[in-house]
Design a protein around this ligand. Structure first.
Ligand code: GRG
Length: 296
């Protein structure tokens, strides 16, 4: 399989669905819709929706039917990036290779664009047709799980702990908590969304949740590494942002070599969780390898 080609094809399908599901740029009031679309369509690998769709496909679910929920995950991810870049947070000027939302539209509109993406996300989940294996009960479960992943026990909790942790004082346990919540929670819920909406049983859900947890950790440790050694052009954002903000990271705490070893260990553990699925898990397996080998 040519993984990168396959990823591009899948992310293209997500882009098309996002375009259909989002209010048009000119819809009144245009200022907010332009800002939302600006950040959403600035690029981005679409890993979270692709993960949800690939999980559904592997389990014999219907990826087309879960597309609105997959898009919701990308909306929440983009909202978190817009808010993360704000002056009150990381104060970054570049994201996905272009000026950050607040640099382009001002701080008020960037806050509102993030809020609007987050709010729209929950509306989108309800657009998944409640038929076949997508029962109303499973849709409600997904809404609850996505709310939890985006809230204080996920994204926001991780961000709060991150803000309160300087690089020189944080311990390994706190850093693992930050990564698990700030990044891991969205990976976890992406896989679970695909599995739950495909009617998966407890055994699949448990195995795939473990896959997602290792994947999220591998991804974030690699992100920490790329912030030091990555190419700014490929990443579409300045390198060295963690150092500038005195952020706790795996290379800062454990050293670069050990951080690399830990990232590849996590990716390997993720791959092992897929043993039961044989060839059907080819894409998810390659995805775990990709997150540690990527350049952006
Ligand atoms: C509620 C005020 C308020 C803020 C929320 C939750 C939050 C702010 C910020 C956390 C978001 C964050 C930066 C998480 C780190 C995850 C990460 C490394 C994101 C980059 O993901 P990629 O590489 O990005 O998948 P693309 O651009 O490819 O989608």
């Amino acid at each position: 399989m040519d993984f990168l080609k396959e990823l591009e094809k899948r992310s293209e399908a997500v882009n098309e669905a996002l375009d259909e599901l989002l209010p048009a740029a000119g819809a009144y009031p245009p200022a907010i819709h332009e800002a939302m679309r600006y950040s959403l369509f600035a690029g981005g690998k679409r890993l979270r929706p692709v993960l949800a769709l690939a999980t559904a496909e592997m389990l014999g679910g219907s990826p087309g039917d879960i597309m609105p929920a997959a898009c919701a995950l990308e909306l929440i991810h983009t909202y978190s990036l817009i808010h993360d870049d704000l002056p009150a947070m990381d104060n970054d000027d570049l994201r996905r290779g272009i000026p950050t939302c607040h640099k382009k539209f001002g701080e008020a509109m960037a806050i509102l664009a993030g809020d609007a993406l987050l709010t729209l996300a929950f509306g989108l989940i309800t657009l998944c047709p409640a038929r076949g294996r997508i029962t109303p009960e499973r849709l409600i479960t997904v809404v609850r799980e996505v709310a939890s992943a985006a809230g204080t026990s996920g994204l926001i909790g991780g961000q709060v702990a991150d803000i309160g942790s300087a690089a020189d004082t944080v311990d390994g346990e706190t850093l693992a908590y930050i990564h698990r919540c700030k990044t891991g929670a969205m990976y976890r819920v992406s896989v679970r969304t695909g599995a739950i909406l495909s009617g998966s049983g407890d055994e699949d859900l448990e195995r795939l949740t473990e896959y997602a947890e290792h994947l999220g950790m591998a991804f974030q440790i690699t992100d920490d590494i790329l912030d030091i050694v990555g190419d700014e052009k490929k990443m579409g954002k300045p390198a060295g942002s963690d150092l500038k903000n005195n952020k706790a990271t795996y290379p800062a705490l454990y050293g670069m070599d050990e951080a690399r070893r830990m990232a590849s260990l996590e990716a390997g553990l993720a791959v092992r969780c897929l043993d039961a699925y044989g060839e059907k898990a080819g894409f998810l397996r390659e995805l775990a390898r990709f997150v540690v080998e990527r350049s952006h």
